[in-house]
Design a binder for this molecule. Structure first.
Ligand code: GLN
Length: 191
């Protein structure tokens, strides 16, 4: 069985644990960077990327997270987690973890659409997946190595680059665990 961590500094942590366990993974909530050594893959949940970044720095997670990525261990960033994985963030000079060759824009769907649901086609995952978007970012540009998995209204909302997976919505907030299952399969294949 694979063991998948959920970064537990802030945000929607428990829901990811449930989705991953129901998809056949063992899980652990990661609150100390030493725990990264025990896991085969990591989910970075939604929440607030700036707050999460502060906590990443406060608890000395940045270097260990970059090393985890450098070992090509699978990482799945959802919403704020996607922002943390991006190499470029519109309006910011520096990225956070910065391992995915994408440019993201925060809160990009605008104030009118603070949160909404949309039916998505996600390549390799589902034809009829309901995505829950909450002050969501979207991806404005992708590098050559990045596979676009899903778009909503022409905006890129799910991407994969080798061991790194990201989406703008919250897959943990519905009972449809097919996207979690996709990540669990990625982790199994990488092991
Ligand atoms: N708007 C948040 C940010 O910029 C992300 C929202 C979310 O994770 N639901 O970090």
């Amino acid at each position: 069985m694979v063991k998948i961590g959920v970064l537990g500094l802030q945000g929607a942590v428990r829901e990811h644990v449930v989705a991953l366990e129901q998809s056949g993974a063992e899980t652990v909530i990661v609150k100390r960077h030493e725990q990264l050594n025990e896991i085969d893959g990591l989910v970075i949940p939604g929440g607030e990327s700036t707050t999460m970044r502060r906590l990443i720095d406060k608890y000395d997670f940045m270097q260990p997270l970059k090393e985890f990525a450098a070992q090509e261990k699978p990482m799945f960033g959802t919403c704020a987690g996607l922002i943390l994985l991006a190499k470029n963030i519109v309006g910011y000079d520096e990225p956070h973890i910065g391992v995915m060759d994408i440019t993201v824009e925060r809160n990009a769907f605008g104030r009118q659409k603070d949160s909404f649901e949309a039916e998505l086609m996600i390549s390799g995952v589902a034809e009829d997946y309901v995505g829950v978007f909450i002050r969501a970012p979207y991806v404005v540009e992708v590098g050559e190595q990045v596979e676009v998995l899903s778009k909503h209204n022409e905006k890129i909302v799910a991407v994969r680059q080798g061991p790194f997976l990201g989406c703008a919505f919250h897959p943990e907030l519905t009972d449809d665990h097919r996207f979690a299952q996709y990540f669990v399969n990625m982790v199994k294949e990488s092991k």
